[in-house]
Ligand binder design. Structure first.
Ligand code: NDP
Length: 294
C-alpha cells in the first residue's frame, strides 16, 4: 500500500515556519509581508478561494489588502488598481483572482503586475525564466511548487527519474513539467491528444495528474512504487452527501493506492499546499524587498 502524503499536515508545518519568519521580520524591521488580492465580481467559488487566502494571511501575521471590484469594472480601471499596488511599499505580493470577466484581457492584466510582486508566478517573464536553463524566476507558480514541495518533503528524489505530467495548462501542467525538468527529471507531458496515455504513464516514477478528469488514472496505469501527485479537483454527484456532491481527483485513489509508493489524497493533498505556497511566495517577496530597502 502506498504512503498517503498528508498535504494538510505538510501545509501546517510550512505555515508554522512562515509565521516564525514573519515574526522575525516584524521584530527586526518593524514590517510584515503584505498581500493584495484583487477580485472582480461575485463568482461564488472565486469568493470562497479569496476568503480562504485572506483568512490564511490573518493567521500567519501577513497583512492582506482587499480589493473587491464590481463585475463591470473596465480593464483600464483594473490595470490602474494594479499600478497603484505596484507602487505601494507595504504590498509585496499582488494576486488577481482568475478567471476575470470576458471583457477583460487576462494576459494584459497579469503582465502589468510588477515582476517583484508576481506571487502567483503567472507573469510571462517569470514563466519564461522557468523554461530557460540557468535562469531562475523570482516566483514559482503555487500549485506546481506545491507538488514539488510534497515530493521533496516525502523524501521522493526527482533527479534522473522519469516523470509524466498529465495536463499542460499554463497554471498547472506546463509549469509543473518545467519545474520537474529543472529538478533534472526526464519529463513527458500527456494531454488530450495523446494516444494511449496509460502506456506512457506506466513508465513513470513520478506522476503529476492535472487533467480535471475524475478518476481517469487507474491502478493498472501505474508503475509499482511510483509517486503519484493528484492535482485534479473534480466535483461528482454523491446523493449520500448533504451537498449532493463530493470531490475526487484525477486518480482512482482506491486502485492506485494499492500500487503506488506514495499518493496524495483529494481533498487533503495538493489543495491545502497551494494556498500555503502563495503565503510562502509573499514572505519571500517581502524578504527581498525589505532587505533591499533597509
Ligand atoms: P485545464 O482545464 O486548464 O487543463 C486541463 C489539461 O488537461 C489540458 O492541458 C488538457 O489537454 C488536459 N486533459 C484534459 N483531458 C485529458 C485527458 N483525457 N487525458 C489527458 N489530458 C487531458 O485545467 P487546470 O490545469 O486549470 O486544472 C486541472 C485540474 O487541477 C482541475 O481538476 C482543477 O480543478 C485542479 N486544480 C487544483 C488546484 C489545487 O490547488 N488543488 C489548483 C489548480 C487546479 P489539452 O491541453 O489538450 O486541452
Amino acid at each position: 500500500m502506498a504512503t498517503v502524503i498528508d498535504g494538510k499536515a505538510v501545509a501546517q508545518s510550512i505555515r508554522s515556519e512562515i509565521a516564525a519568519e514573519v515574526r522575525v521580520l516584524s521584530e527586526k524591521y518593524g514590517k510584515v509581508p503584505g498581500l493584495a488580492v484583487i477580485i472582480v465580481g461575485s463568482k461564488k467559488d472565486s469568493q470562497s478561494y479569496v476568503g480562504m487566502k485572506r483568512k490564511a494571511c490573518a493567521e500567519l501575521g501577513i497583512k492582506s489588502f482587499d480589493h473587491d471590484l464590481p463585475e463591470q469594472v473596465s480593464e483600464a480601471d483594473l490595470i490602474k488598481e494594479v499600478h497603484q499596488l505596484n507602487l505601494n511599499p507595504d504590498v509585496h505580493g499582488i494576486l488577481v483572482q482568475l478567471p476575470l470577466p470576458k471583457h477583460i484581457n487576462e494576459e494584459k492584466v497579469l503582465t502589468e503586475i510588477s515582476l517583484e510582486k508576481d506571487v502567483d508566478g503567472f507573469h510571462p517573464l517569470n514563466i519564461g525564466k522557468l523554461a530557460m536553463k540557468g535562469r531562475d524566476p523570482l516566483f514559482l507558480p503555487c500549485t506546481p511548487k506545491a507538488c514539488l514541495e510534497l515530493l521533496s518533503r516525502s523524501g521522493v528524489s526527482i533527479k534522473g527519474k522519469k516523470a509524466v505530467v498529465v495536463g499542460r495548462s499554463n497554471i498547472v501542467g506546463l509549469p509543473a513539467s518545467l519545474l520537474l525538468l529543472k529538478a533534472d527529471a526526464t519529463v513527458t507531458i500527456v494531454h488530450s491528444h495523446t494516444s494511449q496515455p496509460e502506456s506512457i504513464i506506466r513508465e513513470a516514477d513520478i506522476v503529476i495528474a492535472a487533467a480535471g478528469q475524475p478518476m481517469m488514472i487507474k491502478g493498472s496505469w501505474i508503475k509499482p512504487g511510483a509517486a503519484v501527485i493528484d492535482v485534479g479537483t473534480n466535483a461528482i454527484d454523491d446523493p449520500t452527501k448533504k451537498s449532493g456532491y463530493k470531490l475526487v481527483g484525477d486518480v482512482d485513489f482506491e486502485e492506485v493506492s494499492k500500487v503506488a509508493g506514495w499518493i496524495t489524497p483529494v481533498p487533503g493533498g495538493v489543495g491545502p499546499m497551494t494556498v500555503t505556497m502563495l503565503l510562502k511566495n509573499t514572505l519571500d517577496g517581502a524578504k527581498r524587498y525589505i532587505e533591499k530597502n533597509n
